[in-house]
Write a protein that binds this ligand. Structure first.
Ligand code: GAP
Length: 447
C-alpha cells in the first residue's frame, strides 16, 4: 500500500486534502491523473450498466433529502456502529473491528460499547434548530427509491428495469484508513433493479455474476476477487440476502462492492411514510404489486484503489526497476503520449501538430524533457498504453514509432494511419505486431 500511496502522491493521482494546512483525516483530493482515472471508472460503469442496456436508466438525485426519508429508510434508528473509547489514551474504536476487550493501541481498558449513528447532520437555512436538521446522504440509493414513481411514469419502463446513479455519500465512520479504502466522504455507483417478486433470486444471481465480470473485463485478476455471502447476523436491516465482491487489497480481503436483495422494504417504507402509492401494475395478473429490489452497490474510490493495486507492477530493467501500471486502456488516465526524439525545432513542430490532432480524440500527454528512455518510464508509471515517438526520419518518410507499454514492442507506421491504429489498439483489437523494424500492424495494408 505504501508504494501505491507514494506513486499516487508523486505522480498526481491523489493528494491529502487541505495538505498545506496539515491535511484533514481520511479526506483526499484527486489530482490531474486521479480525476481522469476516476472519470474513466465512472464512465466504464455507466456505459456497461446504462448505455449498453435497454432495461436501465440513469438518475442524479440531490445529496440533501427530506429528513423523513432517513426515518423511513431505517437509517436514523439503525445506521449505527458500536463505539468504544479507551479510558487511558481516549482513542475511539469500532468494537466490531477487532477481537478482545482491550485498546488495540495501548492495551488500556475500554468503555462499554454505545451505538453511534453514522449520518452527518447539518442545518438547512439560517436557523439551527431541530426543525431545520437535514442529513448528508449516507447512500445514494434512497434518491432512487423516492423517484421510483417519477421514473416509472416518465419512461414507461416495464419490470424488470433498473435505475443507476453515481454520486457522493457521507458517513461519519468511527475508524477510517487504508488510504482511500474507508473515508467519510466517498462516491458510490449504485443500481436499484426492480423485479417481480418471485424472480428476485434469479436476478440476484444474475447481478452478482454481471458485476464480478465487470471488474475482470476491466483487467482485475480473477484470483484477486472472491464472493462472500453475508451470514444472517451481518445482514443490513433492509436485506434478505447479500453477497460482497471482495478484493485482495494489500491489507487483506475486503469489500469492494455489495449486492443485496432488498425485497420490498424500501418501497413499502416510503409508501407508508408518504401515503403515496409506490406500486407497479402487473399487466398479466391485473394487480398492483410492490417490486422487489436487487441492489449492486459499488464504491468509486474503492474500485479506483483496487484498479491501482491490481495494475501496479515492477519489472527488472537493467540496473533499475521499471514501475508500471497495467491499467486497462479504458481506464488509463492518459491514452497516448507524444514524444519528439529531441527538442530540435523541426521535430517539436511536427510532434506538436500530432499532439494537437490526437487530443481531439483522447487525453494525450506531450513530453520532450530528458532522454526517450526516461520519458517511456514516466509514461509506464502512470499507465499510458501507447507512446508515439517522432524522430528525424519521420520528417522524411511521414512515419512515427508507436511503443506499447506492456510489451515494450515498437512499430513504425505512417502518421496518416496513427489515429485509426491507436483507436483499434485502444479498443482492444488484437492487432498483430511485427518485430521492431517491421512496417505495419495487421489490417493496416502495406507500410
Ligand atoms: N446502498 C447500499 C450501501 O450503501 P454499503 O455496503 O454500505 O451498501 C456500498 O456500501 C459500497 O460503498 C461499498 O461496497 C464500498 O465500496 C462503498 N463504501 C461504503 N462505505 C464506504 C466508506 N466509508 N469509504 C469508501 N467507500 C465506502
Amino acid at each position: 500500500m505504501e508504494k501505491i500511496v507514494s506513486l499516487s502522491r508523486r505522480r498526481g493521482f491523489i493528494f491529502p486534502s487541505s495538505e498545506i494546512y496539515g491535511g484533514l483525516s481520511s479526506c483526499w483530493d484527486y489530482g490531474p491523473l486521479g480525476v481522469e482515472l476516476k472519470r474513466n471508472i465512472k464512465q466504464a460503469w455507466w456505459r456497461t450498466v446504462v448505455q449498453e442496456r435497454d432495461d436501465m436508466v440513469g438518475l442524479d438525485a440531490s445529496i440533501l433529502m427530506h429528513p423523513q426519508v432517513w426515518e423511513a429508510s431505517g437509517h436514523l434508528k439503525g445506521f449505527s456502529d458500536p463505539l468504544v473509547e479507551c479510558k487511558s489514551c481516549h482513542l475511539r474504536w469500532r468494537s466490531d473491528d477487532f477481537k478482545g476487550d482491550i485498546c488495540p493501541s495501548c492495551g488500556g481498558e475500554l468503555t462499554e460499547p454505545r451505538m453511534f449513528n453514522l449520518m452527518f447532520k447539518t442545518f438547512m437555512g439560517p436557523i439551527e434548530d431541530a426543525a431545520s436538521v437535514v442529513y448528508l446522504r449516507p447512500e445514494t440509493a434512497q434518491g432512487i427509491f423516492v423517484n421510483f414513481g417519477n421514473v416509472l411514469n416518465t419512461t414507461r419502463k416495464r419490470l424488470p428495469f433498473g435505475i443507476a446513479q453515481i454520486g457522493k455519500a457521507f458517513r461519519n465512520e468511527i475508524t477510517t484508513g487504508n488510504f482511500i479504502f474507508r473515508t467519510r466522504e466517498f462516491e458510490q455507483m449504485e443500481i436499484e433493479f426492480f423485479v417481480k417478486p418471485g424472480t428476485d433470486k434469479q436476478w440476484f444471481d444474475y447481478w452478482v455474476e454481471e458485476r464480478l465480470n465487470w471488474y475482470v473485463n476491466l483487467g482485475i485478476k480473477r484470483e484477486n476477487l472472491r464472493l462472500r455471502q453475508h451470514g444472517e447476523d451481518e445482514l443490513a436491516h433492509y436485506a434478505r440476502e447479500c453477497s460482497d465482491i471482495d478484493y485482495l487489497f494489500p491489507m487483506g480481503w475486503a469489500e469492494l462492492e455489495g449486492i443485496a436483495n432488498r425485497g420490498d422494504f424500501d418501497l413499502v417504507q416510503h409508501a407508508s411514510y408518504t401515503g403515496k402509492s409506490l406500486t407497479y401494475f402487473n399487466e398479466e395478473t391485473k394487480q398492483q404489486i410492490v417490486p422487489y429490489i436487487i441492489e449492486p452497490s459499488a464504491g468509486v474510490d474503492r474500485s479506483l484503489l483496487a484498479f491501482l493495486c491490481d495494475a501496479y507492477d515492477e519489472e527488472p530493467d537493467q540496473e533499475e526497476i521499471r514501475v508500471l501500471l497495467h491499467l486497462h486502456p479504458d481506464l488509463a488516465p492518459i491514452k497516448v503520449a507524444v514524444l519528439p526524439l529531441s527538442r530540435r525545432e523541426s521535430l517539436v513542430t511536427a510532434a506538436k501538430e500530432l499532439y494537437a490532432d490526437l487530443r481531439q480524440c483522447w487525453m494525450v500527454n506531450y513530453d520532450d524533457a530528458q532522454s526517450i528512455g526516461r520519458r517511456y518510464r514516466r509514461q509506464d508509471e502512470i499507465g499510458t498504453p501507447f507512446c508515439v515517438t517522432v524522430d528525424f526520419q519521420s520528417l522524411e518518410d511521414n512515419q512515427a514509432t508507436i511503443r506499447e507499454r506492456d510489451t515494450m514492442n515498437q512499430i513504425r507506421i505512417p502518421i496518416s494511419a496513427l489515429k485509426t491504429t491507436l483507436a483499434a489498439k485502444l479498443s482492444g483489437e488484437d492487432l498483430f505486431i511485427l518485430p521492431p523494424g517491421g512496417q505495419i500492424w495487421k489490417g493496416g495494408g502495406e507500410g
